[in-house]
Design a binder for this molecule. Structure first.
Ligand SMILES: [Zn+2]
Length: 91
């Protein structure tokens, strides 16, 4: 799953601020307090299912700002965050 579709999913499902978008490092996401920032930004823009398409560029910018560095990379049977080197079990 790409970072963009993961973030889009997060918005579509009306996730809470504590939740981590799929495929991103929960460790870094939490440590950098991206959850709060991202959530605030989504609320501010009033993003929902109906206007997601119109805001694609905005989501892209948000992904660049918050998410790309935290994307988990597949390493053998595990997923690894290159930022903090934490390994996660395969899902
Ligand atoms: Zn990490």
């Amino acid at each position: 799953m790409s970072v963009i579709s993961s973030l889009t999913d997060y918005i579509k499902n009306g996730k809470k601020r504590e939740e981590v978008p799929h495929g991103l490092c929960p460790n870094c996401w939490g440590r950098l307090e991206y959850g709060g920032e991202f959530y605030k930004a989504v609320q501010k823009e009033n993003l929902d299912l109906n206007n997601l398409e119109k805001h694609k560029g905005w989501i892209q910018a948000l992904a660049t700002k918050y998410a790309y560095g935290l994307e988990l990379k597949k390493k053998g049977a595990e997923w690894e965050c290159e930022l903090c080197n934490t390994k996660y079990e395969n899902e």
